[in-house]
Unconditional design. Structure first.
Length: 303
């Protein structure tokens, strides 16, 4: 008889598991999704757009946003876009203000914008780029939209995280990697670890509000993440990494399940590998560290 894997290694089994699906429909919902012009976010957008809902996509590239809206115009959803570069906290704030000026309610928020960098780059705000985009931007954006989510309860927040959080790299005394040698995997891991730690803290704070928050790994699928890096990385990605990855449609279906299936009503504070509940790495479950990271994130975002 095959010996079951320890809880912290079940993500390896979930990688190839049959995923849950749903035929549930969304109607008259207002949905905000970042990073929806390519990859995982785009697949989620396509799946959601088959419903009569209002969708706000937040994108960095105007032409890509226009192209996506045009491509999906025949579907029942109404799609609007906000242009903002999430490496800038000022633009994150502006995007939130624009959305709040156009709708009083938000039923579902999907934080999907993210990137991977092989080099240490600082944003105009002075933060390490990957940490800024993958964690601080979604942290700030979520907090700025919380009142709209609470007003629409029951409502949902879904953070698109990653099994890359297992690389860790989070050091609260050196968030911008001024003292350490930066590597892409550890920088990415730090950002995703911080996001998970703050997900648990926000889950506790939202208790009784009717707003749920969960995080998920969208699967090992083909996306454009990392294409901002140099030619050697892009060549390696094309010849090696991309060949072993799966169709990103898997991710879109999984995201849709987590936001639409009736079984997810009231589920909060969970981490999923696609549609399967999974135990994160031990360092991402450190609640004392989480409280510190949460307060640091508030301070960095001037909340």
């Amino acid at each position: 008889m095959k010996k079951p894997l320890p809880d912290e290694l079940m993500f390896l089994e979930h990688h190839n598991a049959i995923q849950k699906t749903t035929d549930a429909k969304l109607k008259d919902k207002v949905i905000v999704i970042t990073g929806a012009t390519s990859g995982v976010g785009y697949e989620a957008l396509k799946r959601i757009a088959h419903n009569p809902v209002r969708i706000f996509i937040v994108a960095r590239n105007l032409h890509k946003a226009q192209a996506v809206k045009s491509e999906l115009h025949h579907l029942p959803a109404t799609i609007e876009f906000i242009i903002a570069d999430f490496s800038s906290l000022h633009e994150v704030r502006r995007a939130a203000v624009e959305i709040r000026s156009q709708t009083r309610k938000i039923d579902i928020l999907i934080n999907c914008a993210g990137l991977h960098s092989t080099k240490r780059i600082l944003t105009q705000d002075g933060h390490e780029l990957v940490f800024a985009v993958n964690h601080l931007a979604s942290f700030l954006f979520t907090h700025l939209l919380l009142e709209s989510l609470k007003a629409s309860s029951p409502s949902k927040i879904l953070n698109i995280n990653s099994e890359g959080h297992r690389f860790n790299g989070l050091d609260i005394t050196d968030l911008d990697w001024q003292k350490r040698h930066y590597t892409g995997l550890r920088g990415y891991g730090a950002s995703k670890t911080a996001q998970l730690l703050c997900t648990w803290e926000l889950h506790d704070q939202l208790a009784g509000t009717g707003v749920t928050i969960n995080a998920m790994h969208p699967g090992d699928v083909k996306t454009n993440i990392g294409q901002n890096n140099g030619p050697l990385y892009r060549l390696f990605s094309k010849l090696v990494i991309q060949r072993i990855l799966k169709n990103p449609e898997i991710s879109g279906n999984a995201i849709y399940y987590l936001i639409a299936d009736p079984s997810m009503e009231g589920v909060s504070g969970q981490y999923f590998n696609l549609t399967h509940p999974t135990k994160p790495a031990k360092h991402a479950l450190n609640r004392d560290l989480g409280k510190t990271v949460y307060q640091l994130s508030k301070d960095l975002c001037e909340l």
